[in-house]
Every structure is written in structure tokens, then in C-alpha cells.
Design a protein around this ligand. Sequence first.
Ligand SMILES: O=P(O)(O)OC[C@H]1O[C@H](O[C@H]2O[C@H](CO)[C@@H](O)[C@H](O)[C@H]2O)[C@H](O)[C@@H](O)[C@@H]1O
Length: 681
Amino acid sequence: MFNSPQTPRRIPRVMNVPGTVSEVDGFKTNAGDFDALSSECCGKKIIVANFLPLQAQKDIKSGRWSFGFDEDSLLLQMKDGIASDTDVVYVGSLKVDVDPSEQDEVSGRLLKEFNCVPTFLPPDLQKYFYHGFCKQYLWSLFHYMLPMFPDYGNRFDRFLWQAYLSANKIFADKIMELLRQQPELQGKVVLVQILNPARSNGKDVQEARREIYQSTQRINDVFGCPGYEPVVLIDGRVPFYEKTAYYACAECCIVNAVRDGMNLVPYKYIVCRQGTSKMDEALQIAAGSPRMSMLVVSEFIGCSPSLSGAIRVNPWNVDAVADALNMAITMPDVEKQLRHEKHYRYVSSHDVAYWARSFMQDLERACKEHYRKNCWGFGFGMSFRILSLSPSFRHLSVGDIISAHGRTCRRAIYLDYDGTVVPHSSIPKSPSPEVILVLNILCRDPKNTVFIVSGRGQNSLSDWFAQCENIGIAAEHGCFIRWSRTSEWETIPVAADFGWKRIAEPVMKLYTEATDGSYIETKESSLVWHHQDAYPDFGSRQAKELLDHLESVLANEPVVVKRGRQIVEVKPQGVTKGLVTEKILSTMTSNGKPPDFVLCIGDDRSDEDMFESISNAAYISSLPVPPEIFACTVGQKPSKARYYLDDTIDVLKLLKSLAAASSSTTSTSHTKTEVSFESCA
Ligand SMILES: O=P(O)(O)OC[C@H]1O[C@H](O[C@H]2O[C@H](CO)[C@@H](O)[C@H](O)[C@H]2O)[C@H](O)[C@@H](O)[C@@H]1O
């Protein structure tokens, strides 16, 4: 609002009184931090006041400023009460206005000559902050009076309050600069900033260059002295041999781009620091002497993951970068050597040829399978996808299934519900009369054991299949199993403690609030978050995030978090549709009816467990005769199933043929059944 200088720094620590360090802005402090700060502060005292104890005058003719201590200032006299070996620094404003173009130079002089750090509040800000908020509000309140407002606004003037905050922020920033830009390094550290020629010449490039020049000037004015420039700017192309020399000399290299592909500067730096015998000779380094290097790299650059000895920083966090540089410079030599060895080992063993070799291997591995698969491209633009499927993946033909039906007499048939016997798009979720009829015919054949295996709850499924007396139902992914309408529900033994719901539900609620159209379904053994009605892309993104979130908060609970079609579901560990097929198989076997035909149809991820389980060698070898197995997914997509059917219509067609085959082998109802199909079609 006052165009006051903004600083990108957050204030990480605020020291109140000795022994108390408050935590601000999410930064935790520990004893080590405090020790470091307090020992640093023992030799330095910062006195902060509205005005510096200085007198200032500008010579009108020469335009030169002259400064001197204001001997009458109490602040100055305070110094007499402080131990003489203490470095006393003053922070405050000057009583005169200094043009912004002169402020850097004046700052440099005042710090060097008077140990003073000027705050340079813009004149308006000074007026509103001091004469406005301090005098009108604070002064009255501290004198047990209600604020009086002859010149300024109402009982509370937000504008003045903001001026007060802005002014305090400027003071706080100055203090933090002192607490943090390590005076012992002054005169010893030089930053060589190489500006490689930009590949374009836009306005932004010019602005960035101007800013770099200004910052360099400011830093050098404040911290430089004759013969010492803390920042050396090299603007333009630097020949290879010269760059090699810079890298070889630099004790630390910083590459803190906010993003890049594969910047090789850190690798080159490591190699140069290792040197060669020729370089050793030129630099008069004894052969075999230990090498050291220190890297500070942005966590967002391509080579960052490979440099495990580097100090990684977030380049947007100016404080972290400053700390990292200080750490790099002051680290003990032994550690610098160890880090260098680590880096050099990596760089020298992972050269370009190594990269090319490993890339070729990956490429071959990835393509190996492709040659054995059939590929289809579908979709357009960003939705374009390539689907690669094994050539043995084929449509389940009615002919195949009918001939297998004829050869077998103990058939296990597992059918998923949503997306298999009922289309996902169906508004009534109940099965059509035609489905009920087909299933009833299949169930009537004593050679068939038919199960609906679904993620849906017991109540919905038993209502929907109330007219199917002999159908088996596995509800909630098999947590509850019933062999026929009249038999009792069996429960798969899972952990009885559903305490995890108290953890999962609030998390799901958060995502429900944030995702319009989503909702939570509570089942007996599980919780489901649905996003079918949410905005499609957003819903899917939220689902991915929710899955991660739930997996981390439920890591120690006896549950699994799974994605299904437009859902994220939390269910007890060990409950899968695959387990259902195993359980039914073992019951059939112990009842003297080991299956010789297994048909399993499903469309969703949870159905993959069934496909895996029935195709499993252990499953097959546990049976006296290897069964004919038909694992079939709905829709052409990567699957563990060997067969596919196109959609629910195709599924029903196949089931009808199977039912017709079954009814033809069961004596009485043949004609009646065929008539019924036609009337329902
Ligand atoms: O195993 P299934 O028979 O395929 O059942 C799986 C899930 O079915 C239900 O969700 C599905 O239908 C919802 C509409 O009714 C739809 O919004 C969702 O996208 C589908 O996945 C059921 O609500 C879930 O509990 C089942 O796990």
C-alpha cells in the first residue's frame, strides 16, 4: 500500500528474551539453534529505536551528505552501560529524507562509519505510522485515554493500522539482516556470478540483468572495501578453459535454478575440483593431496537426485539458500572431502556412455513386450492412448463356452454385478427381469453353482435377487456370503474393530466438502467415496489424492485402500473377491463337487482378484481334474483375464446361450424357457 520495500524473507525465528525462542512461521528451533544465536549475540547488541542517534546534513552545492553522532541522544549514552567489547548496532530512521537513489550508498556509509542501519521509511509511511497510529492510538491507550481523532478518521482506522504493520515489517527485516548477513566472512568470501549469455533478448531478460547489476552494486557498496568486491559479475560468454579455472578454484558451487532439465554444471564442477596432474602443477597442489568440493543445488534441477552429497535447497526460500551457503563454506574439511569423493565416484562412473547404455537397456525392456502384443490407438489430442494387449486375449465366443458346457458337469459361475449384469449407466440399479430370468434358469440346473460376487451391500443384493431362490451372493467383496435365499449369511473373519472408520471418515468428509458432487457410502465393513457425479478431471485428481491421504493415515490399520470405478474404497485387509472364489471352490470340493468348469465375468479392478485366483496354478492343481477356465473381463482393456466380452449386452447374450444349454439338459422346462427369453427381449 505504501510501496514499502517487500522482502522475500520470512522471519524464521524471533528471539524475545534470553532463553526463549519463539517458533514462528512453521520453523522449529532447537537447542542448537539457540546456542548458535545466543553465542553470536553475546558479542553484539542491537538497539532499535524510532530514530538513529545521528545528525544528518546534505550540502546543497556538492550534494554530499555529512553525518555525525547526536551527542545528546540518550540512545548513544546507553552505550556507556554496555560492556566495551560489545558490538553495538543501531537500527532506526534518519530524521531527514534520503532519495531512494542514494539509499544504498548512505546505508553502506552509516554501517561502516557509525554502526547504524537506517530503515528509510517512505515519508507517507512515516507520517501515518508515527503521527497517525502511534500518536493517535497507542499513545492515548498507554495513557489510559480513549483515542482522540482530531485529524484521523474514526475509532479504528485500518489504513493507519496497516501503516503501523508495514513500518514494523521494515524494522524487523533490517534486524533479521543483522542477525543473519556472518560478519566474520566479510573480506573472505567472494561470489563469482557468471551470467551465461541469454538465449533470447526479451524485456524480462533485460529486467533480470538490471536487477542483478543493482543487487551486485548494493552488496558491494555495503560490504566491499578497496581491493575487495564480495560479488564479481562476469557478464558474457566465458571460454571453456576459463570456466574450468573458476570451477577448479571455487570452494563451493551453487546452482539454484527454479527449474531445469539436465544442467551439467554441478558435474563439471566436481570433475574440475578433482583436477588433473597438469592442473595440480599449475595450481601448485601436491599430487595425491585430498580433494574437496561443496555443492548447493536446487531440489528442482535434473541432476539433484543423483548428487547425494550436495546440500539441496528450495530456491524460492532465500533463507534456506543463505543457510546452505554458510553451511557449505564452514563445513569441516573432512566432510567436504567425503562429499567430494562420493560425488566424484558417481560422476566418473556415470558418464554419457553409461547413460546411453542404460537408456538402451530400458528401451529394449520396454519394447520387448510390445512386439508380442497387439496395439491399438484410440482417442484424440490429450486423450490419445495406446492400448497394448496380448494376442491371446480374445473375445469369449458363445461356441467355445457352449462346447465346454457340454463336456462338464460341475460348473462354478461367478458374476460381478455393476458393469457386468447391470450397465453402469442404468438408473434403476436393480437387475432387469430378463437378467433375473436367465439367472434363475442357470441356477435351476443342479450342475451349476452361480454366485453374484459384488462390492455392494447384503441388503441391496438380497432385495434385488429376492426372486432368485438358488443364487449365491457374496456381498461387500466377499465379507458376507450366502449360498441361497434360505441359507444364513456367513461372515469372513476379519478384524472386528472398525475403529479405523473414525480415522477414515473425517478425511473422506474433507474431500467431499472440497469436491462438489461427491459423497460417502457407508457399508457394514467398508467406507466408499464416490466421485461419479463430480466434475470428471477434478474428481479423478481428488480421488488420487484421497487414496494417498488415506493410505498414509491408515498405514497402521488392518485395512486396504482401493480405487474402483469412480470410487475410493477402504475395506478390511484380506477381503477380496479372489478369496470368495477360493472359498466357494473349497466348499464345492468338500461337498464332492470339485468344479470342472469355471466361468468368471467382471469389469472392475476388484474383479481382477477373481481372475488371478481362478487362473492360479495352486487353485487348478488342488482339483482332481483340471477345470476348463474362462476368466472374462467386460470391455477390451489390460486385464489378467484371457477373454473379454464387449459390454453388458454381450454378457447377457452369453448367459442366455449358457442358460439355453442348461435348460436343454434339464428335462421339463425347455420350451417354456425359450418363450420367456423372447417375451423379455
Ligand atoms: O463389485 P461391483 O458389483 O462392481 O460393485 C462395486 C461398487 O458398486 C457401487 O458403485 C458403483 O455404482 C455407483 C452407482 O450406483 C457408482 O457411482 C460407482 O461409480 C460405481 O463404482 C457401490 O456403490 C460400491 O459400494 C461398490 O463397491
